[in-house]
Design a protein around this ligand. Structure first.
Ligand SMILES: [Zn+2]
Length: 411
């Protein structure tokens, strides 16, 4: 498949995975399903008991739409927070008809991080709220482009970081510039890349430059430029220039030209990196290192390559974590090719860690409710919750004074 605006010599082999909305318990309602389909979300309906395992197997979800039955008791607050930790970029909404709103349910929902209450009998209001949530979530999403010379380069160099982006709900594209003919059967290698792209929920683009003979000239630069212009990435990952493999060096050099307008470009470490590879940025991959090993196991055509051995992959990540001291056990290293502008989108910004700070200590009192706004003070803070907070004695949230940035992505 070709993509409009991208060089015709680049093939799109996988597009992004469909966006998922998890509908839990009594939230299932024909109007809700209809709105989700209108917004091109794929609704997945589960019981509260299944929710956590489904989130873990499906990957990040755009919305949690929760029925009132989810909040039957106080344990529900912790359960919903656990789901949210597994998919921190999801927007969490309660679906409950206006005439059946129980104050206990609403308070538990508030404590659990619900940002709006949808009345399924008011389809237009539901659509407005979900659209607002999509806009906010989209604004908080990174557009990630990882570029490699051969199949498996990107996954080896920054697979843990890409899995971390996926967990945050970011949009990932992988561009591979050759089909790796020297390292094995090209069809098998492309198929394996497709499997890893599926695991990452990533879009997969392939060029067909000659393996071991990639140059850093205008043709390579133009190919990469066309992808960058189309995808407008907020961050690019690419080979380091400090590498013994000529293809890796060529791609690194070409990307420096092609990505000259991208504000953040980071260089990952390949097994062929030289001792001059000198990283100064490190991404904590504690949450993803195990899945990175599983991801690399999908490259079966490369069985026997020592750099794919789980022991070496984890030992390398363990070594680089020394730069993060006690805050990480595993890390991926990056050289900074370019990082300009605000730090808000820094790849090391602890979006997930902050989002997962336990909030169980909140109790239902006006004082505690006052402590809640960093979670509920989101773009899509609904009138129902404002009314609830007012009735509980808490001040109405002023969006202009709320914490934005990281926490906005967490609600
Ligand atoms: Zn390579």
């Amino acid at each position: 498949m070709a993509l409009r605006g991208i060089d015709p010599d680049i093939t799109v082999l996988r597009d992004w995975a469909p966006r998922i909305a998890l509908v839990v318990g009594q939230a299932l309602h024909p109007a809700i399903v209809s709105v989700l389909r209108t917004l091109q979300f794929h609704p997945v309906v589960v019981s509260p008991d299944q929710a956590v395992s489904v989130v873990r197997s499906l990957g990040p979800t755009g919305f949690f739409l929760l029925g009132a039955d989810v909040f039957a008791d106080d344990h529900s607050v912790e359960a919903v927070q656990a789901w949210h930790r597994a998919s921190p970029s999801a927007r969490v909404k309660l679906v409950c008809p206006a005439e059946r709103r129980d104050p206990d349910v609403l308070l538990r929902a508030l404590r659990a991080g619900v940002t709006d209450v949808l009345d399924p009998d008011d389809r237009d209001a539901c659509e407005t709220s979900l659209r607002r949530g999509m806009t906010a979530a989209g604004a908080a999403r990174e557009r990630v482009l990882a570029i490699g010379a051969h199949p498996d380069d990107v996954e080896i160099g920054c697979g843990g970081t890409l899995l971390d982006h996926r967990m945050r709900g970011d949009r990932i594209s992988i561009l591979t510039l050759s089909r790796g003919a020297i390292g094995g059967d090209t069809q098998q290698r492309v198929t394996e890349s497709g499997a890893t792209a599926d695991a990452l929920g990533a879009q997969l683009l392939f060029a067909d430059l000659p393996d071991t003979e990639i140059d850093d000239g205008v043709r390579t630069i133009r190919l990469i430029e066309s992808v960058i212009q189309r995808l407008d990435p907020t961050v690019v990952y690419v080979h380091s220039a400090h590498d013994n493999h000529q293809d890796h060096r060529a791609v690194s050099t070409a990307v420096r030209s092609a990505a000259r307008g991208v504000r953040r470009v980071f260089a990952y470490q390949s097994p062929s990196a030289t001792n001059d590879f000198l990283p100064t940025q490190f991404v904590n991959i504690d949450e993803t290192v195990r899945r990175k090993v599983e991801l690399l196991a999908l490259f079966r055509s490369q069985d026997g390559r020592s750099y794919l051995e789980p022991e070496l992959v984890t030992a390398g990540a363990r070594y680089w974590a020394r730069h993060l001291a006690a805050s990480a056990r595993y890390a991926e290293p990056f050289e900074v090719v370019r990082s300009v502008g605000e730090l808000r989108h820094s790849v090391t910004s602890p979006v997930f860690e902050e989002a997962s700070q336990p909030t169980q200590e909140l109790t239902v009192s006006p004082v505690a409710l006052h402590a809640v706004p960093p979670v509920i003070a989101s773009d899509d803070n609904g009138p129902a919750l404002d009314a609830l907070k007012a009735s509980a004695g808490a001040p109405r949230t002023d969006p202009t004074t709320s914490t934005s940035g990281e926490l906005a992505g967490a609600s």
